[in-house]
Design a binder for this molecule. Structure first.
Ligand code: NAD
Ligand code: IPM
Ligand code: MN
Length: 360
């Protein structure tokens, strides 16, 4: 089959990690007889520099004309001083909104060979770590009205409608049915009105899924539970802001933020696939970034947008294999381990895909 993929490399390490993901996808295409046609478009700082706006209409049109979108990362110090509407991050928020991507799945899994890279004591991860943050992506304080008073006071309006909570809650419960059958809804209902709407709505939706266990945590406790006993979680259902923060926390339990992929989905098959990390300006252009989060994001693309489960499994298995063989970028390496560059890691994963016949 032929698939059209919009490629939004973005800024910082974005171009480096996306190149490695494409390298691996091309091996998948060869091995399984598919054709992936890439259409590049600009977003973030790269788009500001070229077109004066972080999200040109042409980029939206390209994404809408494709079967899926791969995004690297946006942002960097060069653009930090720009007004809010002109920041690279606004381009990312804009594309999520334009494409109607209201659910962001962020699976965090501790791969056995990386147990040493986990900063928690071994007894804390005795039950392992295999959770997915189901983050609402087009609402919350991110998209509420913003303004500054004359005296300099800043305002960000936080809101959630019942309909917005319902649609993400259904996704989380359905996902739990495919997993361990457990949803933890995270909010701040002891303080925030939006969170009270969130909790009441989730409680109502939960009645339609009597086979799924559900519990409710305040976000401060959830942040603590994640490091105390991360094995207790299966699906974490939460809002845009809390999901952003908790997923970075969950990522470091897996060894590094460079490991965590994500899928941003809406009502259609058109999804956007991006690592959860940012543009990492401190290591950009140095061939030091870990491309695994991006590679695993494209595995999610194969599964969710294209329905290619065997291909997605193969890509994920190839990542497992290179980790088992001891391939490490700097972020997941122990002090005495040999460190691979970003492109070496991409080469290693691509070679494993080539070698699929040897896989069990
Ligand atoms: P960051 O995720 O870019 O970096 C945080 C730390 O993690 C840095 O030390 C970085 O080197 C490291 N890191 C991140 N990805 C890595 C990888 N693949 N391999 C190895 N190490 C990695 O977060 P930040 O520094 O807070 O933000 C930098 C810029 O990125 C900001 O402009 C921010 O707005 C933007 N950002 C963009 C996205 C996105 O595009 N989805 C996400 C988060 C932050
Ligand atoms: C992420 C990022 C973005 C977010 C920023 C860059 C807008 O942190 O994708 O996690 O907060 O959603
Ligand atoms: Mn984030």
């Amino acid at each position: 089959m032929k698939y059209a993929i919009a490629v939004l490399k973005g800024d910082g390490i974005g171009p480096e990690i996306v190149a490695e993901a494409q390298k691996c996808l091309d091996e998948v295409a060869k091995r399984f007889g598919h054709e992936f046609a890439y259409r590049e478009a600009l977003v973030g700082g790269a788009a500001i520099d070229a077109c004066g706006t972080p999200l040109p209409q042409e980029t939206i049109d390209t994404c809408l004309a494709c079967d899926s979108v791969i995004l690297g990362a946006v942002g960097g110090p060069k653009w930090d001083g720009l007004p809010a509407e002109m920041r690279p991050e606004k381009g990312l928020l804009g594309i999520r909104k334009e494409l109607g991507l209201f659910v962001n799945l962020r699976p965090a899994k501790l791969h056995a060979p990386l147990a040493d890279a986990c900063p928690l004591k071994p007894e804390r991860i005795a039950d392992g770590l295999d959770l997915v943050v189901c983050r609402e992506l087009t609402g919350d304080v991110y998209f509420g009205a913003k303004h500054r008073d004359e005296d300099g006071t800043g305002h960000d309006d936080m809101n959630y409608s019942i309909a917005e909570v319902e649609r993400i809650a259904h996704r989380a419960f359905r996902m739990a049915r495919q997993r361990q059958g457990h949803v933890t809804s995270v909010d701040k209902a002891n303080v925030l009105e939006t969170s009270r709407v969130w909790r009441e709505t989730v409680q109502r939706v939960a009645l339609e899924y009597p086979d799924v266990a559900v519990d409710y945590l305040y976000v401060d406790n959830a942040a603590m539970q994640l490091v105390l006993n991360p094995g207790q979680f299966d699906v974490i259902l939460t809002g845009n802001l809390f999901g952003d923060i908790l997923s970075d926390e969950a990522s470091c339990i897996t060894g590094s933020i460079g490991m965590l992929p994500s899928a941003s989905l809406g009502e259609t098959n058109l999804g956007m696939y991006e690592p959860i990390h940012g543009s990492a300006p401190d290591i950009a252009g140095k061939n030091k970034a870990n491309p695994i989060a991006t590679v695993l994001s494209t595995a999610m693309m194969l599964r969710y947008s294209f329905g290619l489960a065997a291909e997605a499994d193969a890509l994920e298995r190839a990542v497992e294999r290179v980790l088992e063989k001891g391939c490490r970028t700097g972020d997941i390496a122990k002090a005495d381990e040999r460190v691979l560059g970003c492109s070496d890691m991409g080469d290693a994963i691509a070679a494993e895909i080539q070698d699929l016949s040897a896989m069990p």
